[in-house]
Design a protein around this ligand. Structure first.
Ligand code: NDP
Ligand code: 8X3
Length: 256
């Protein structure tokens, strides 16, 4: 599948989603970019269209709001409905306290975004793939959805849910010739830690201190690889970590 197509990627205003939008645009795919920050979506549309001479359609909505999700997907013009690849990427971690000291409002936000948001978007977009009897869905999980770590609790649980949902979606979409993949990254330097630590730059920097983390492009290249396999090949699961990270909690922090 190396011909062009249409990508729908959530969370394209930053990090992995932005890099995924760019790599597909650079191969002349049409890209539907989504997120809550309209100004970033508009700036990305201008940048990608100028750089790659392709078409970019921004959709501004909150994945936690099912009605907003449905309205956005229903608003797609006819020539944007032939979606080939859906990347469920929008997500976040908030806080890293042990459970007994956790903030229940942060738990709700993570559950609503990382699990319910993924479900709402998939339910709204997948009929467009089913209709055409083809397509690829890529869920962005995490090493936190494979292993537990202290303070990971609810974030980790949401990513274990993504891991489980990916396997279930593979069953549900099997009759419809739709392949479902997961990418589970380890430490990657995006806005993720800044969001997790409520804008505390020193805490965000400390996360990546002493080693070279992944960057967004590393994950985008994996998404591109998955999406461009021949139609009979499904990459079920890719766990990708920095060379300096051995598991969720063990790093070589003397490696750069
Ligand atoms: P960023 O913070 O850089 O990007 C997160 C994106 O998600 C933004 O575009 C943001 O857009 C969007 N988003 C968050 N909440 C919502 C919402 N309610 N509605 C719509 N969009 C939303 O982080 P990353 O790029 O690193 O994270 C992307 C995904 O990768 C997440 O699912 C994260 O859990 C996962 N991940 C990250 C890792 C890392 O180390 N960076 C490792 C493993 C997994 P906006 O704010 O404009 O709405
Ligand atoms: C992000 C990676 O290990 O900080 O999903 O949870 S981790």
């Amino acid at each position: 599948m190396s011909t062009t197509g249409i990508l729908f990627v959530t969370g394209a205003t930053s990090g992995f989603g932005r890099a995924i939008a760019e790599i597909f645009a650079s191969h002349q795919w049409k890209v539907i970019i989504t997120g809550r920050r309209q100004e970033r979506l508009d700036a990305l549309k201008t940048e990608l269209e100028n750089k790659y001479k392709t078409s970019v359609l921004p959709l501004c909505f909150d994945v936690r709001d099912e009605m907003e999700v449905n309205n956005a997907v229903n608003s797609l013009p006819a020539d944007w409905k032939n979606i080939d690849v859906l990347v469920n990427n929008a997500g976040l971690a908030l806080g890293k306290e042990v459970l007994q000291e956790g903030d229940s409002m942060q738990w709700v936000t993570m559950i609503d975004t990382n699990i319910k948001g993924l479900l709402y978007v998939t339910k709204a977009v997948s009929p467009l793939l089913i209709e055409r009897k083809k397509g690829t869905i890529i869920n962005i999980g995490s090493i936190a959805g494979k292993e537990s770590y202290t303070g990971g609790n609810v974030y980790s649980a949401t990513k274990f849910a993504v891991d489980g949902l990916t396997k279930n979606m593979r069953l549900d979409f099997l009759p419809h010739h739709i392949r479902v993949s997961q990418i589970a990254p380890g430490a990657a330097e995006t806005e993720f830690s800044l969001v997790r630590f409520s804008g505390d730059q020193s805490k965000a920097d400390a996360t990546y201190k002493g080693f070279m983390p992944l960057d967004a492009r590393d994950i985008a290249e994996a998404a591109w690889f998955i999406a461009t396999r021949p139609p009979h090949v499904c990459i079920n699961d890719l766990v990708i970590m920095p060379t300096a990270q051995a598991n969720a909690t063990t790093f070589n922090r003397n490696s750069n």
